[in-house]
Design a protein around this ligand. Sequence first.
Ligand code: SAM
Length: 247
Amino acid sequence: THFGEQTVALDDKQGLVNEVFHRVADRYDLMNDLMSGGVHRVWKDAMVARLAPPKQGSVPYRVLDMAGGTGDIAERIVNASVGYAEVTVSDINADMLRVGEERSHKWRFPAQVKFVEANAEALPFEDESFDAYTIAFGIRNVPRIPLALKEAQRVLKRGGRFLCLEFSQVDTPVLSEVYKAFSDRVIPPIGRAVTGDAQPYQYLVESIRKFPTPEHFSKMIADAGFKRVTHTPFTGNIAALHAAWKL
Ligand code: SAM
C-alpha cells in the first residue's frame, strides 16, 4: 500500500541518519567547529540565553535536551543555572551518547546530567515531567516530525518551554548563493577530510534544503498544541530559533 511504502522510506531515513552519526560520533564536535567556523557555539549560547534556566528554586528544574548528542547544549544549560538545572540528554544514537557521557565527567557540574537512549518519536518519559524541552539541530533528522512534536508536548509540564534550534532557509539572494556554494563545495570535502567519507555530509546538506520554511515549521509546532509560537532568525536565517509554550 501507499502508506506501507511511506513507512519503509521513513525507516530508511532513520537508518541512514543513524549510520551518519555512528560514523562521526568521535569527531562530531570538531566537525561542527570546522563546518560552521565556530558559529554554532554562538547560536547555542543564544538558545540557552533564551531559556534562561533558573539558578535556584524550591523544586528541581528539569530539562530534556532531545537529540542531545554529545551533550553540549546540556552543559551550557547546567552552567547557566550554576548547577541547579537537571538535564536529561536523550538521543537515538548510543555512540553520540557515549562520547557525551565520557565528556560530562569533566563538566563543572557532572552530577546534573543523565543520558538516556530514546527515539524522539516515542519517548520513555512520563507525561508532564519536564519544565523545558530543547532540541538543537536534531528535529531535521527525525523522520516523523509531527510525532516528535506531539511527544515534546506530552512530556512537558503546563507552563513548559519548547525551544528548537535548526537550520533554516536563507532568504537574501546573495547570501543564498554563497551559502549554496559553501554547502556543495566546502561541507562534503571537510566531511571527507575528517571522517574519510563525504557521503554522510551530502545527506546533511540535502536534509537542510528539505527542511520546512520557518512559517511552515511554526505551523507544525502550533498543530502539535503549542502556544505563542515565535521564530528568531540567526545569521541571515542560516539558522532559526523556534520557541513556544505548553499552556
Ligand atoms: N544537539 C547536538 C548539537 O546541537 O550539536 C547534536 C545534533 S546532531 C546534528 C543530530 C542528533 O540527532 C544526532 O545525535 C542523532 O543521533 C540524533 N537523532 C537523529 N534521529 C533521532 C531520533 N529519531 N530521535 C532522537 N535523536 C535522533
